[in-house]
Design a protein around this ligand. Structure first.
Ligand SMILES: O=C(O)[C@H]1O[C@H](OP(=O)(O)OP(=O)(O)OC[C@H]2O[C@@H](n3ccc(=O)[nH]c3=O)[C@H](O)[C@@H]2O)[C@H](O)[C@@H](O)[C@H]1O
Length: 453
């Protein structure tokens, strides 16, 4: 074999080897590529399936609401339970929201299982308005008290839809079913001092929840007029006295106060852009039967009865801390007055058609009482001496005193508080001992002597 032929043959062999190497690489690549395509396709199909499943059973999807409602409605205080409950649930929503008097209001009350919410719902229903309650029954304080209030509301033909303010689809669904004329928005994360423990809950309820509700309300047709709970705490470090709506509210002392103040600004925005009629009510330390166990008058009562010591705060310069304690019935009158004088929203389909009403009112008692005096009244009513522990007010959001000027609310809807602290606490203690089944040493109705001890 000529040398060149040998060289040629070996070249050909080498070339063939090289080509087969290339083919191998290519086929591996093709294999890899096709398995990649297959993997991606599987992934895509899986994703689509997951999405379909999620849409069907997502907590915000309407079909899930029906399931959730059916679960809830099998509870102690509700009825329907089969698949037909979608219609049954809607029927309850409609019935509850329908006024029983001519030209009655149809009010969505958020926080209806709460202290102020439950009282207002019953008062509105009693005069023949339609009332639908809304509440998430959270456990900020004993939810069994909220369930008991719910029970009371059921007796008064008020149905409470269990849901969260941040659940847009559920709120929209309610507005689809009912053309609410008004919203009384009382659902909130309350409590001044708790804001240091759980700041996020204030943002979620008092800011995000409020915005969510306003978004739904502004898009509703007709738009409702909204009356909502602001707070005396917005006055913060204000030193002018008594507090008037014109005073500064830009120095909040707690995150709670800051979220309520933010709520007032947010209200301004929705009024300005969408024509929502908005009324903010600055409540001053509301107390009374069915009250909130996280509030001082409530847990002082409990602790005095249990022989536990109570902390009575004093200011940094050793002055008494005072509050303009306001009795629940007066607050209810204020809420109803605000609803009755609320003008219609002016927008429709999310568009403003003209200027709308924007209001803010103090609802207080106009006579601040030192916390020490509150304790004396309780001692008298309970027939028990408190173990008092006087301490400097912790720096946790409290303010030294509150005092409401209510002339604006008086001018616009005749608001005039009529219950003083001693009379109001008497009613509270009476309720407390009967609710908790305590054998009291509570003084008889006409004995006032010990209350002022
Ligand atoms: O008007 C409001 O906008 C707010 O009112 C209420 O806040 P406050 O006025 O702070 O009521 P509350 O806690 O009952 O303390 C009463 C007094 O007892 C003092 N206090 C309190 C606790 C304690 O251990 N000792 C004590 O002396 C304390 O220093 C205070 O002077 C609502 O909770 C709040 O949600 C909001 O609605």
């Amino acid at each position: 074999m000529p040398p060149s032929a040998t060289a040629d043959t070996s070249k050909t062999v080498k070339l063939e080897r090289y080509n087969s190497y290339l083919r191998k690489i290519h086929s591996t690549k093709v294999l890899k590529a096709s398995s990649k395509v297959l993997f991606r396709a599987t992934l895509l199909i899986a994703l689509v399936l997951v999405l379909l499943f999620a849409v069907k059973y997502h907590p915000h999807s309407d079909s899930h609401h029906l399931h959730r409602r059916s679960f809830l409605s099998t509870g102690l205080f509700s009825s329907s339970s089969s698949l037909g409950e979608g219609a049954a649930w809607e029927k309850r929503v409609r019935q509850s929201s329908t006024a029983k008097r001519q030209h009655g209001l149809s009010v969505l009350v958020t926080g209806a299982a709460g202290f102020v919410g439950s009282h207002c719902s019953i008062a509105l229903r009693k005069r023949g308005d339609g009332v639908l309650g809304f509440d998430n029954f959270n456990d900020y304080y004993d939810p069994s008290l909220k369930r008991a209030r719910q029970h009371l509301l059921e007796k008064n033909q008020v149905f409470i839809v269990e849901g969260d303010l941040n659940d847009g689809p559920l709120l929209r669904k309610l507005f689809d079913i009912v053309p609410f004329t008004h919203v009384l928005h009382l659902a909130a994360q309350a409590g001044v001092r708790y804001a240091m423990k759980n700041p996020q809950s204030y943002i979620s309820s008092n800011i995000a929840g409020l915005v969510n509700l306003l978004e739904v309300a502004k898009a509703a047709n007709p738009q409702p007029a909204i009356v909502w709970a602001s707070s005396s705490s917005v006055y913060g470090l204000n030193t002018e006295n008594p507090f008037s709506e014109e005073h500064r509210t830009d120095q909040p002392a707690s995150l709670y106060a800051a979220t309520k103040k933010a709520g007032e600004e947010i209200a301004h925005t929705y009024n300005h852009i969408y024509g929502l009629s908005l009324t903010g009510l600055r409540f001053f330390t509301v107390y009374g039967p069915w009250g909130r166990p996280d509030m001082a008058y409530f847990f002082f009562t409990k602790d005095i009865l249990h022989g536990k010591s109570i902390d009575i705060y004093r200011t940094q310069d050793n002055q008494e801390v005072a509050r303009d304690f306001t009795y629940i019935d007066d607050i209810v009158k204020g809420c109803v007055g605000a609803l009755d004088t609320a003008e219609k929203s002016t927008g429709s389909g999310g568009k403003k058609r003209g200027p709308a009403q924007l209001r803010v009112y103090n609802l207080g008692n106009t006579s601040p009482v030192p916390v020490g005096r509150l304790v004396s009244i309780l001692e008298g009513l309970l027939g028990t001496k408190a173990k008092k522990h006087l301490i400097k007010m912790p720096r946790n959001g409290d303010v030294p005193y509150t005092h409401a000027n209510v002339s604006l609310a008086y001018r616009d809807f005749g608001y005039k508080p009529t219950t003083d602290l001693a009379a109001g606490l008497r009613k509270f203690v009476k309720w407390y001992v009967s609710y908790y089944g305590i054998q009291p040493r509570v003084k008889k109705e006409n004995s006032h002597a010990d209350e002022s001890a």
